[in-house]
Design a protein. Structure first.
Length: 309
């Protein structure tokens, strides 16, 4: 991140609820204008981490800055420059789209409020529906309204908590196009997700499991840093093949991907030895392939311990 402005720089963030450590010794640096993805299973601490990083939740330990302010001592200042989009639609369903945006704008004491609301409606394609009650909107339109509301005060930092849950593929694609437009304008975006196909939309990815960060890296470098190898096999008899390969020397995990199996391991030679025994079977077609984020995620999750068990 040399010569790039760092918007978030935190170290050792830890959060407990009762006797359970939900986030454990978390470090993070985020450059300005980047889209930073947090991947992990449900309950892994993604939301808690994001809230601590941005001053919305006080950590039990750790320190750092966000937008140039101390995350503990100056959290109120950070909040004024943060837009937070929750997973569950949290605006007022008995108000119209315009009324919702006007209300949020008043809360943030936005100047030239009417003009700013008009701009937000236009930017998110909501103008034609501005008098429609929020409660009658589909998931995709509610998503647009929620994004418009959390951007109404022109924040420098945007937090998105599972933003596309329950949204159709077309609306998800349009949403991500908007997110990249905001990043191009200099807005820094933190997004939590468990959709692997969405993770590739991020500039950086951090894997979190049960309160611990397993790895973080630029999305284009993450697979190479892990050092995982994968073979793909298509054909018949895959269920039987799965049972035979699971636990074989050199095979770390076997995962079904539609009509194919992906067999992965960290020892390239041992993995090839394990699968090559099946190369001559006429009903199977084998290809070596670069592992994807899902294989990496399965690899990183192997051996991690659920902190709530």
């Amino acid at each position: 991140m040399t010569n790039v402005e760092t918007v978030i720089d935190v170290k050792g963030l830890t959060k407990s609820f009762g006797d359970k450590i939900v986030v454990d010794d978390f470090d993070l640096k985020v450059p300005k204008g980047s889209v930073y993805g947090f991947l992990g299973p449900n309950g892994s601490g993604k939301t808690t981490t994001i809230r601590m990083v941005c001053g919305l939740l006080t950590p039990n330990a750790g320190s750092g800055t966000c937008l140039g302010w101390d995350v503990i001592e100056q959290s109120e200042k950070i909040k004024t420059q943060v837009g937070y989009m929750t997973q569950k639609f949290s605006l007022w369903e008995d108000l119209t789209i315009r009324e919702n945006l006007e209300f949020v704008a008043r809360m943030y004491e936005v100047e030239n409020r009417k003009n700013r609301v008009d701009e937000a409606l236009e930017e998110l394609g909501l103008s034609a529906r501005s008098h429609q009650l929020a409660g009658t909107l589909s998931g995709g339109w509610k998503q647009r309204l929620a994004l418009a509301a959390c951007m109404i005060h022109d924040p420098e930092l945007l937090l998105l908590d599972e933003p596309t849950a329950g949204v159709d593929p077309k609306a998800r694609r349009e949403f991500w196009d908007t997110i990249h437009e905001l990043a191009d304008r200099g807005v820094t975006i933190l997004v939590s997700t468990h959709y692997m196909d969405e993770a590739v939309q991020c500039d950086y990815i951090a894997y979190i499991a049960y309160g611990k960060k397993l790895i973080d890296a630029p999305s284009g470098e993450l697979v190479d840093r892990v050092g995982l190898y994968t073979w793909r096999v298509e054909g018949t008899g895959l269920s039987k093949l799965t049972k035979e390969l699971e636990g074989a020397e050199g095979v770390e995990h076997v995962a079904r991907f539609g009509t194919a199996l992906h067999i992965s391991g960290i020892d390239e030679g041992a993995l090839k030895t394990a699968v090559s025994r099946y190369f001559d079977l006429p009903n199977l077609n084998w290809t070596a392939r670069k592992p994807g984020l899902e294989e990496v995620f399965i690899h990183l999750m192997t051996g991690t311990e659920d902190n709530f068990q």
